[in-house]
Write a protein that binds this ligand. Structure first.
Ligand SMILES: Cc1cc2nc3c(=O)[nH]c(=O)nc-3n(C[C@H](O)[C@H](O)[C@H](O)COP(=O)(O)OP(=O)(O)OC[C@H]3O[C@@H](n4cnc5c(N)ncnc54)[C@H](O)[C@@H]3O)c2cc1C
Length: 397
């Protein structure tokens, strides 16, 4: 720590976990760029009116941040150490064994930077290893989401246009002309902007083209990004990630529990990753503390929060699937159903674990079916929306 990581745009509901950790003041000191909302730009370059969170949810937590993950993660690491955690940087888990001796203790082998190894025995093992998903991969619990087989190519630019007008700063989601890919555009501190292209795996990482050439090709076909990057210079190497969307079929066992990306990841489009990592971490921590107090670290106790968590994630996933259907447009739907304004806000800010966040789909699902029937059949152009018999129900939009 610090180390580079993707995931700079936060969801407003991260506020509450950060507040509980006591780091909000530190955010102000670091002066991360503020994030006031999101804006969608279509394939013709037409800018929608920015969706400003505070207009729908007037409270402190309606504003959030665009962060450099190196700094955010370092702050969280240092905060854990300050509160008494034994934090070991540059230390790898090179092996682990679940309850190898039958005494309900798990064994983890750590390797320090100098190469020395240490065995740790523990009552509770939390897998927070991100997309490495150590436990889920070892136990064969990972299911790649067949409808979200995406890839991303991204880098940081300087001298890029900031969202007009300069305030308020928002995360932009910009479609390419053919709508087969989209870009994120995230304003960071020091005038830098994180720009990333996301599309179907095979489409984005086209055989015979380097990621650099592909990025340029897509940038030229995305009017909104082309304009914003006219005078910009790439200041980092372009990075690539693929097949990052998956779920896990079991989230806790006796003495172990998964959190964050090790639990699952949906898609970058609504910037839900860090929020869900924080939320699952927080709920797992509460379950562990209660479990240790009551001498109960059973799968049921450590995973007591997962049904509620899955239900909330389900609504975000549904909205992600809607985004990838060609006929979906927030504007068109909201024009017809303006009373869902608050509901949509709740989904976009991450308020998905209370109330009835899924009620928008009562009308959104038939509305999309109707659009398809009128000839905008997304399954013709977008393989992600094809209903396939092999696709588990949880992934169907
Ligand atoms: C292309 C893309 C764009 C994204 N954009 C956004 C965004 O804008 N906003 C957002 O909220 N989210 C975004 N995300 C998601 C976000 O990056 C993740 O959801 C988030 O980082 C998950 O946090 P985590 O703590 O679970 O995992 P991580 O942040 O990945 O942390 C896991 C840690 O475990 C460590 N680790 C792994 N294996 C071992 C081992 N064997 N030994 C020791 N340590 C190990 C890693 O080094 C790492 O430090 C994006 C994801 C992708 C793929």
């Amino acid at each position: 720590m610090p180390r580079f990581h993707v995931g700079e745009s936060l969801m407003p509901e991260t506020y509450w976990t950060f507040e509980r950790l006591g780091v909000i003041e530190e955010f102000r000191r670091i002066a991360f760029t503020r994030k006031y909302g999101v804006q969608f730009v279509n394939g013709d370059g037409k800018e929608s009116r920015a969706f400003i969170f505070s207009e729908h949810e007037p409270r402190a937590s309606a504003m959030t941040w665009h962060v450099e993950r190196a700094e955010l993660d370092c702050l969280l690491f240092d905060t854990a150490a300050k509160h008494g955690a034994d934090c070991r940087d540059m230390t790898r888990i090179i092996d682990f064994r679940l309850n190898p001796s039958g005494d309900n203790l798990h064994e983890v082998t750590l390797q320090s930077p100098d190469g020395s190894r240490h065995l740790v025995r523990t009552k509770v093992l939390v897998d927070a290893s991100g997309q490495q998903a150590l436990i889920a991969n070892r136990l064969g619990l990972v299911n790649i989401d067949p409808m979200l087989k995406k890839a991303a190519i991204w880098g940081y630019f300087s001298e890029a246009e900031r969202n007009p007008p300069v305030e308020p700063e928002v995360t932009c989601i910009l479609h390419t002309e053919d709508k087969l890919a989209w870009f994120w555009y995230i304003p960071l501190s020091d005038g830098r902007v994180s720009v990333g292209a996301v599309g179907d795996n095979d489409y984005l990482l086209k055989a015979g083209m380097t990621p650099e050439d592909r990025f340029e090709w897509l940038r030229a076909r995305c009017p909104g990004v082309k304009k914003r990057l006219e005078r910009a210079a790439l200041t980092t190497p372009l990075r690539v990630a693929k097949e990052f969307s998956y779920t896990t079929s079991q989230r806790a066992g006796d003495g172990w529990v998964l959190v964050g990306d090790a639990y699952g990841f949906i898609d970058p489009v609504y910037s839900s990753g860090v929020y869900l990592a924080l939320k699952s971490g927080e709920w797992a921590a509460d379950a562990i503390i209660d479990g240790l107090r009551n001498n109960d670290v059973s799968a049921q106790q450590l995973g007591r929060w997962t049904p509620q968590f899955d239900q909330g994630v389900h609504w975000i996933r549904k909205l992600v699937h809607a985004f990838y259907c060609n006929e979906f447009s927030f504007g068109a739907f909201m024009k017809q159903y303006p009373h869902y304004g608050q509901n949509l806000t709740d989904l976009l800010i991450g308020k998905v674990f209370e109330g009835d966040p899924g009620r928008i789909f009562t009308d959104l699902d038939p509305w999309m079916e109707k659009s398809k029937a009128m000839g905008h059949d997304c399954s013709m152009t977008d393989p992600m929306c094809r209903k396939d018999e092999n696709v588990p129900d949880a992934f169907l939009c």
